[in-house]
Design a binder for this molecule. Structure first.
Ligand code: NAD
Length: 496
């Protein structure tokens, strides 16, 4: 059984205390590797390595830093199939999704920031006859980067790439639930010869490794993506210290379908937004708001697309929906099914969970030949559609983060905005309408960080990314926002 190791100061190392966590494959429910259960002692070593590497890395010419990022991107890309299979095995998502989305987007994160360095312009201003002032972006120091389990490599590299592009060194704490592709990344970093200590990866739990990183006095910046509960805790823990914080947190996003939408296109988009990655994407449209006059027609189309989804072996090419990430998360999502019924909802599709969901589903030929029943202990749930719940029902207010979507009717544009904005979250939304004026109005009225019109999860790395309200604080992305975050901006005034 494989053993994951920490990556500190350019070397793979066992955790100081010698403790490991079980790493479970979601599709089987079985332990398939072990991951370090690191402690503050490991974090201490990693921060020391990152701090030692900082003076040299932060003054390394931009072109050299950019070429490292490009080589990392090329190396991950050349191992696409290996990374995609590892991500799928570790997370439960279909290997086809990891191949088409997760790993290519991780590659794109490095390529994008390598490219941005070439256009890294500073501002210059002038007071006539007195002085010129220009801005200088000074990398902050050792960045603490903490990432979740839903898009493991994609979201971790979304932090590492800008951090090292703009001259920071970093200590990463990937989710202990999905450590495998971060471990593979360490191998890539060794092979491309990234200077020692520029990127360090410490595996372990939030309390064991995450909190010592957050609280470390030599870590002046934390970029955290994860739940609102933990983000709020990090905000409280760091409040006595002057640390830069970026918190990308949970969501309860609305998909808003107007009567004038291209309904077949909207239904296809809404189903993808609801169930992609088993509904385990912070940006998923987990509440679909539909204008009353097209409610029945839209629901029929929505159910047709949902029925076409295939839950099953993540490695099978026809699978669209894999297993939920862990037993604990599965139990949480399942508990919302009972709650939905208790709250007066009606399940109009799905609702089954457990081994029976994958009975008779396609399995890989070699499994069938060996008569294996490897999927029976996996964390399965059918894509589930619930109607009839009021907008304040808990299932319409709380982040379920699984393949459960609710559909609600609305009458007017004002109603749609009230319902869409009526949760504590404010991450994203998608608006479906052929009336562009209306789409602009509604997009402007949404309290959130990202609004898509007639599409979902089209990602432009130039755009700012982040949430409002309980969905987070701060923006990353593009040259401006990531550079502002990973650097301190200084004004240098030169007199005539
Ligand atoms: P989580 O908050 O439980 O864990 C996220 C990371 O924080 C993990 O690495 C975990 O080990 C670490 N952690 C836990 N406790 C910690 C502590 N006390 N101190 C420091 N680190 C700690 O989140 P999760 O369950 O891994 O991920 C799912 C959540 O992430 C969902 O709420 C989802 O919406 C959110 N998410 C948000 C975005 C976004 O961009 N806004 C993207 C993806 C996921």
């Amino acid at each position: 059984m494989s053993r994951i190791l920490n990556f500190i100061d350019g070397e793979l190392r066992p955790p100081v205390d010698g403790k490991y966590l079980d790493n479970v494959e979601p599709a089987t429910g079985k332990v398939y590797s072990h991951c370090p259960d690191s402690s503050s002692a490991d974090v201490e070593l990693a921060v020391a390595a990152a701090a030692a590497a900082f003076p040299s890395w932060s003054t390394t010419p931009r072109t050299v830093r950019a070429s490292f990022l490009t080589r990392i991107a090329d190396s991950i890309e050349s191992r696409l199939a290996e990374f995609a299979l590892a991500e799928s095995t570790d997370q439960g998502k279909p290997v086809s999704l990891a191949t088409a989305v997760d790993i290519p987007r991780a590659v794109a994160n490095f390529r994008y920031f390598a490219g941005r360095l070439a256009y890294d312009e500073d501002k210059v201003s002038r007071i006539d006859g007195v002085a010129w002032t220009y801005t200088h972006h000074q990398p902050v120091g050792v960045a603490g980067l903490i990432s979740p389990w839903n898009l493991p490599l994609y979201l971790l590299t979304w932090k590492i790439a800008p951090a090292i592009a703009y001259g920071c060194t970093c200590v990463c704490k990937p989710s202990e639930v999905t450590p495998m592709t971060a471990f593979l990344l360490a191998d890539v970093l060794i092979k491309v010869g990234l200077p020692k200590g520029v990127v360090n990866i410490v595996f372990g739990t939030g309390p064991g490794a995450g909190e010592p990183l957050v609280l470390h006095p030599n870590v002046p910046l934390i970029s955290f993506t994860g739940s609102t509960t933990i983000g709020t805790r990090i905000s409280a823990l760091t409040s006595p210290f002057p640390k830069k914080l970026s918190l990308e947190l949970g969501g309860k996003n609305a998909t808003i379908v107007f009567a004038d939408a291209d309904l077949p296109r909207a239904a296809e988009g809404a189903v993808r937004a609801a169930f992609a990655n088993q509904g385990e994407v912070c940006l998923c449209g987990s509440r679909v708001l539909v204008q009353s006059e097209v409610y029945d027609a839209f629901l029929a189309l929505f159910l047709t697309h949902t029925r076409a989804l295939t839950v099953g072996d993540p490695r099978h090419p026809s699978t669209t929906t894999g297993a939920l990430v862990s037993r604990a998360h599965y139990d949480k999502v399942v508990s919302y099914l009972a709650l939905a019924v208790q709250e007066g909802g009606k399940v109009v599709h799905g609702g089954r969970y457990g081994a029976e969901v994958v009975k008779g589903r396609p399995v890989m030929v070699e499994q069938r030949e060996k008569g294996e029943r490897r999927l029976e202990g996996g964390f399965w749930m059918e894509p589930t559609v619930v109607v009839g719940l009021g907008e304040v029902a808990r299932c319409n207010q709380e982040e379920i983060f699984g393949p459960v979507v609710t559909i609600l009717p609305f009458r007017t544009e004002e109603d749609a905005l009230r319902i869409a904005n009526g949760t504590k979250y404010g991450l994203s939304a998608s608006v479906w309408s052929e009336d562009l004026r209306r789409a602009h109005r509604v997009a402007e009225g949404i309290r959130g960080g990202y609004v898509w019109v007639n599409c979902w999860m089209v990602r432009d790395l130039n755009a700012p990314f982040g949430g409002t309200k309980a969905s987070g604080i701060g923006r990353e992305g593009g040259a401006e926002w990531s550079r502002e975050f990973y650097c301190d901006t200084k004004a240098i005034c030169v007199a005539y």
